[in-house]
Design a protein around this ligand. Structure first.
Ligand code: SAH
Length: 259
């Protein structure tokens, strides 16, 4: 029996970016792949509208895991992927947004490599860009914002914070994923690094979904506004530090020095 299994051609792992929620933000390729696999593995951030596209004869398994809430652990998920690839199955792993952005894709690609299974990645609309569209915020802007950076509000190691002071510079827009709960840390660390308090800092909850909500704030008010408006996951924080703010700041600090 085990000999027979080892002779089977390994299956294929398809990591499918499902975008921020609504099914009409899926790519045509994502829809095609969802409908042509043997098994679909999905987690909590994948919307029901997307799951409704899975044909009824395709096996579906919930592998929810978010914020260490006791869902299926990555190691047991990797095992499920491995076992099914060994059986020659075409396994679709549905990921919210884009698989390559905070999607733990690397670990799953490694699992496929263990059995020499083919891997395909289907890109999706990542949450930061859905949030930018939802709130009509450009993440780059001629002469004002020349870099767009994505980062996390939470380090993989719970006891440390990511170092944002080196990335939020004049001319940069930063999207914070997993930032709910870190508003105060983000505010204090960026202000300590010299980012002006009037830099815009806007939350977009449930971007790309029908019940999205935008909370517009600024760096100086971020922690307070996040609390008052009870910002909840999933949400993206977009902080913009355009060059013109730096110029304003240096004018006002030189006025202060002169005065
Ligand atoms: N691969 C995903 C990111 C997964 S990490 C992507 O490319 O979008 C999970 C984080 O993504 C959440 O904590 C939240 O910050 C963000 N997120 C996911 N879906 C979102 C949505 N619809 N609206 C706002 N933020 C979202």
């Amino acid at each position: 029996m085990s000999d027979k299994i080892s002779q089977i051609k390994p299956g294929k792992l398809i990591l499918i970016g499902c975008g921020p929620g609504s099914a009409d933000l899926l790519t045509l390729r994502a829809v095609n792949r969802i409908q042509n696999v043997d098994l679909v593995l999905y987690d909590r951030l994948v919307d029901q509208e997307v799951l409704d596209l899975i044909p009824s004869d395709v096996e579906q398994t919930y592998v929810g895991k978010e914020n260490g809430d006791g869902g299926v652990q990555q190691s047991s998920l990797n095992n499920t992927i491995l076992e099914n690839l060994k059986k020659g199955k075409r396994v679709a792993r549905l990921k919210s947004g884009d698989p390559m952005v905070f999607g733990r894709a690397a670990e799953e690609i490694e699992v496929a490599a263990e059995v020499n299974a083919e891997v395909e990645i289907v890109p999706g609309v990542t949450a930061a860009l859905a949030a930018a569209s939802e709130s009509i915020i450009t993440v780059t802007e001629r002469s004002e914002l020349q870099s767009f950076i994505v980062t996390t509000g939470k380090a993989a190691d719970r006891n440390s914070s990511p170092d944002w002071s080196n990335i939020v510079k004049p001319g940069v827009c930063v999207a914070f994923y997993m930032g709910v709960g870190s508003a105060w840390k983000i505010q204090s660390s960026l202000m300590a690094a010299g980012v002006p308090e009037n830099a815009s800092a806007d939350w977009v909850e449930r971007a790309g979904q029908t019940d999205t909500r935008i909370v517009r704030s600024s760096l100086g008010r971020l922690a307070n506004d996040s609390k008052v408006h009870n910002v909840k996951n999933p949400a993206i924080l977009l902080v913009r530090y355009p060059y013109s703010l730096q110029n304003q700041q240096s004018v006002s600090s030189s006025t202060k020095t002169l005065g």
